[in-house]
Ligand binder design. Structure first.
Ligand code: TYD
Ligand code: MG
Length: 494
């Protein structure tokens, strides 16, 4: 068996009794619950609208095991019961057994590589590049690594099983040829029956199994249709249990559908160890993959890729990729650059705003890339503390390039973008702004300010509008620092 699988198995065996992989809940001993196929919340009775996320007609019937049946499952090592403690206990050791996939940006998201015996969920819209990325990951793990720094010791390749439940083996082969993927240690299985998939996994003994996608596989013993909540949870649990008990890493692909016809990956987020999502949509050339849950590393790390004719290409130095270069004319009004932390990396992004007079009494606020609640607050602060009349205006705010920034550190840039659009006053070229806004109109300091300044200076931005820090800020050659205490100050000097 392969090295990682052996190590993972050793960990797993310490805490789990060896048991047959396929579990079955005793059907008679179950009680009925209803699960929302959008947000995964559980309710005792059926409702037309999910009280948690507000989606209509999203609750599906689910037979939950009774306490009796659960006790029985605990004895057989049910991951939902014993798995949490096991996983936490593993964390220290996992550092040493982590296997880098060879795709740096993917390893970055996972915190250094795949942990044997872990379950990873990769979610995203259809067509965004999940299959492409995972086929490339499969190749990187399976292809013999002939190069090492000293040019001697060769790392052994690891066997990978790629289970395709959506496409035929032939379609996968065609895609693989396009991507230049080729290795004897990469096996493809076109199968949708989870029991047969698990049998094959036992036979093949791979280090990593990729199931693309989890929503298309089914368990024949269950009466529910493939893609339903019951099927999704049960198939996923079986595969996660297999990972825990055998030390094989399992990567599950899940689609996010806006229409909600399939149960979403949200439902299985709590079952797996690591959750990564493709962000934005497929209309942008750059793909941002963000880690939202990681039991083996830090979260909110992002991986950056570019979709090319030959698959996804890593973007290791994003530089000013997400910032438009306006040349000598400078930016138009409503455009402000900010430096956002994305995991441990600083990303320069461009906040764009547009205001336009609206139909009386129906002012629209449309926001993408930043939190709409935050924008509502910023608009209120602009009205009250900077005397800007926006009530009769439609306000549109967007972050260029499909990036999502969730930090309050972008508040100042959003406020300045809206003000600049409203007053039709563009900023000087090379200006950027960071700072959190308080309800009183004060500009607060932000974490990692120095790191943000250094990155902006590296990329040639010459003028920074930042919270007041006194003498604590580094003097970076060529960059003029403008420290502000209040929003009105930033707007006056804009
Ligand atoms: P895919 O990985 O099939 O998406 P998902 O599995 O998330 O549904 O990606 C599909 C898109 O990527 C498709 O529109 C074509 C494009 N693509 C490229 O541009 N270059 C490539 O080399 C490949 C394989 C796909
Ligand atoms: Mg796919």
């Amino acid at each position: 068996m392969h090295r990682a699988a052996v190590q993972g198995r050793a960990i797993a065996e310490k805490s789990l009794p060896s048991q047959p992989i396929i579990r079955s809940y005793p059907m008679a001993k179950s009680r009925t619950q209803f699960i929302c196929n959008q947000c995964g919340s559980v309710h005792p009775k059926w409702l037309g609208k999910c009280p948690d996320c507000g989606t209509w007609d999203a609750l599906e019937e689910f037979k939950a095991p009774t306490p009796d049946a659960r006790a029985q499952n605990t004895q057989t090592g049910n991951i939902a019961q014993g798995g949490e403690a096991l996983t936490l206990a593993q964390i220290d050791e996992s550092e040493s057994v982590r296997t880098p996939t060879g795709i740096g940006e993917f390893d970055r998201i996972l915190g250094g590589g795949i942990v044997p015996g872990s379950a990873v969920l990769v979610g995203g819209e259809p067509g965004i590049g999940k299959s492409t990325l995972l086929l490339q990951v499969a190749h990187a793990v399976a292809a013999p690594k002939t190069e090492s720094k000293k040019g001697e010791a060769k790392t052994a390749s690891q066997r990978v099983l790629y289970v395709t439940s959506e496409e035929s083996a032939r379609q996968t082969k065609l895609r693989a040829s396009r991507l230049g993927v080729q290795s004897d240690d990469l096996l493809v299985l076109a199968e949708t029956n989870v029991e047969r998939i698990i049998n094959q996994i036992h036979k093949v003994q791979p280090a990593v199994v990729i199931v693309d996608s989890i929503q298309m596989i089914y368990k024949p013993a269950l009466p529910a249709a493939p893609g339903s909540v019951t099927q999704l949870r049960d198939c996923c649990m079986d595969l996660v249990y297999l990972a825990k008990s055998s030390g094989i890493a399992v990567v599950l692909v899940g689609h996010i559908t806006k229409a909600g016809t399939l149960a979403g990956p949200k439902i299985i987020e709590h079952i797996v160890d690591t959750v990564v999502y493709f962000e934005g949509d497929r209309f942008h050339a750059h793909r941002i993959v963000r880690c939202v849950k990681n039991r083996f590393g830090s979260t909110h790390e992002v991986g950056l890729f570019e979709m090319t004719g030959g698959g996804l290409r890593e973007v290791t130095d994003p530089g000013s990729l997400f910032v438009e270069h306006y040349g000598s004319h400078g930016p138009p009004s409503g455009s402000v650059i900010t430096a956002a932390m994305q995991g441990s990396r600083v990303l320069l992004v461009e906040v764009q705003a547009l205001t336009a007079s609206s139909v009386i009494g129906a002012a629209k606020r449309k926001v993408s890339g930043v939190s709409s609640d935050r924008v509502a607050m910023i608009i209120a602060v602009l009205e009250k503390r900077a005397e800007m009349r926006l009530a009769a205006d439609d306000v549109f705010v967007n972050v260029a390039g499909g990036v999502k920034v969730a930090e309050p550190a972008t508040d100042l840039a959003v406020a300045m973008a809206i003000a600049s659009a409203h007053q039709n006053r563009p900023l000087a070229p090379g200006t950027f702004a960071v700072g959190e806004l308080g309800l009183g109109g004060e500009v607060r300091t932000v974490p990692q300010l120095e790191l943000r300044l250094r990155e902006a200076a590296r990329l040639g931005l010459g003028h920074a509008i930042v919270p007041h820090m006194g003498s604590h800020l580094p003097r970076l050659g060529g960059m003029a620092l403008h420290e502000v205490r209040r929003l009105s100050q930033a707007l006056n000097d804009m």
